[in-house]
Design a protein around this ligand. Structure first.
Ligand code: GDP
Length: 364
């Protein structure tokens, strides 16, 4: 399963946020991929369409889709020098598909800050620098290997060499690989390098209790400006309040949010943004037994999506009876959607779209 890693300097609110995630956490019984690692929290992806489909179909059970957050603890400063725990920190980041970087934007004199003062940009740069240095080492090693072949005019080596040089130059200017522009062909080469600074990133600005639902404070503004230059997104949360919200359910939660003057909890916003960051989308199955949301990666075909439910579905795939969520809701029932000619029979090359409601036909 895809996972997003939570990173941040000490005392920025990582554990508080991660505890909110596990508190709000999904029942692992529904999610067979769920690990029992205490550093992994499963979150359900909030999706109002699921509620609507449940009303239409009236199934016995409704199951949202979910993914994992991993709490990446460990020593940050000096990590790239490869000392013990620092090394572990980097290898954990290597394993995640996206990075959620928690940055302290709250003021609280009782909670010390590692560098003596709250300066979000300097905090961000401290972590980014370690990732940049680690990548610089990866790239330099690779250049040593490729340079010789490139001199012999090996076509692939020449192409890779050009990409490596471009990344190296960026890294030396403390620019992450994700901020460098590449052609589609070059992107493929970049992907193969598995760099830490090319992983998609999102900043979670942790503000104080009284700043939720208020205008951005100075630090949040700074973080937004920084992120914009990197094409990264920013979510504003108050980890402490998220921990409280996580203990509430349904109506209670809704009332609490209304009191705060916000439409959606920071955690829910974070989950959605991370989901998009991972390039994920949702399709639905809607039967009388179960209405369920399934996560797929954009660009996946109908048989591949069938395989997410069960490998037999992919192997024996015949076709996918597909209706878009909007068409189904418009029609009111599956039967009415069929009468209107809105239910398509899609074959093995069909690229599934976000919001498709699918019934897979397959041979066993
Ligand atoms: P970590 O070291 O990054 O995991 O940080 P923690 O989650 O342990 O938080 C460090 C301290 O900051 C704890 O005392 C938290 O209660 C406090 N803290 C975390 N988030 C907030 C917040 O949003 N507002 C305030 N006032 N304190 C917070």
């Amino acid at each position: 399963a895809l996972t997003a890693g939570i990173v941040g300097l000490p005392n920025v609110g990582k554990s508080t946020l991660f505890n909110a995630i596990t508190q709000a956490g999904a029942l692992s019984a529904n999610y067979p991929f769920a690990t029992i690692d205490p550093n992994v929290g499963i979150v359900e992806v909030p999706d109002p369409r699921l509620q609507k489909l449940t009303e239409l179909v009236n199934p016995k059970k409704t199951v949202p889709t979910a993914f994992e957050f991993t709490d990446i603890a460990g020593i940050v400063k000096g990590a790239s020098k490869g000392e013990g725990l620092g090394n572990q920190f980097l290898s954990h980041i290597r394993q995640v598909d996206a990075i959620c970087h928690v940055v302290r934007a709250f003021e609280d004199e009782n909670i010390t800050h590692v560098s003596g003062q709250v300066d979000p940009i300097s905090d961000i740069e401290t972590i980014n620098l370690e990732l940049i240095l680690a990548d610089l080492e990866t790239v330099s090693k690779r250049i040593d290997r490729v340079a010789k072949m490139a001199r012999q005019k090996d076509k692939d080596a020449v192409a890779e060499y050009a990409v490596l040089e471009k990344i190296k130059e960026a890294l030396e200017n403390e620019t992450p690989a994700r901020a460098v522009e590449f052609s589609d062909d070059q992107q493929k080469i970049v992907k193969g390098l598995h760099l830490l600074t090319s992983k998609p990133i999102l900043y979670a600005a942790n503000v104080s209790e009284d700043e939720i639902g208020a205008e951005d404070n100075e630090r949040v503004k700074q973080i937004r400006e920084f992120a914009a230059n990197e094409n990264a997104e920013v979510i504003v949360v108050c980890a402490k309040i998220e921990a409280e919200i996580a203990e509430l359910d349904g109506e209670e939660k809704q009332e609490f949010l209304e009191d705060l003057g916000i439409a959606e909890s920071g955690l829910d916003q974070l989950i959605k943004a991370t989901y998009n960051l991972l390039g994920l989308a949702t399709y639905f199955t809607a039967g009388e037994q179960e209405v369920r949301a399934w996560t797929f990666k954009e660009g996946m075909t109908a048989p591949q999506c069938a395989g997410i439910i069960h490998t037999d579905f992919e192997r024996g795939f015949i076709r996918a009876e597909t209706v878009s969520y909007d068409d189904l809701v418009d029609a009111g029932t599956m039967g009415a959607a069929k009468d209107r000619g809105r239910v398509r029979l899609e074959g093995k090359d069909y690229l599934v779209k976000d919001g498709d409601v699918i019934h897979f036909r397959f041979n066993v």
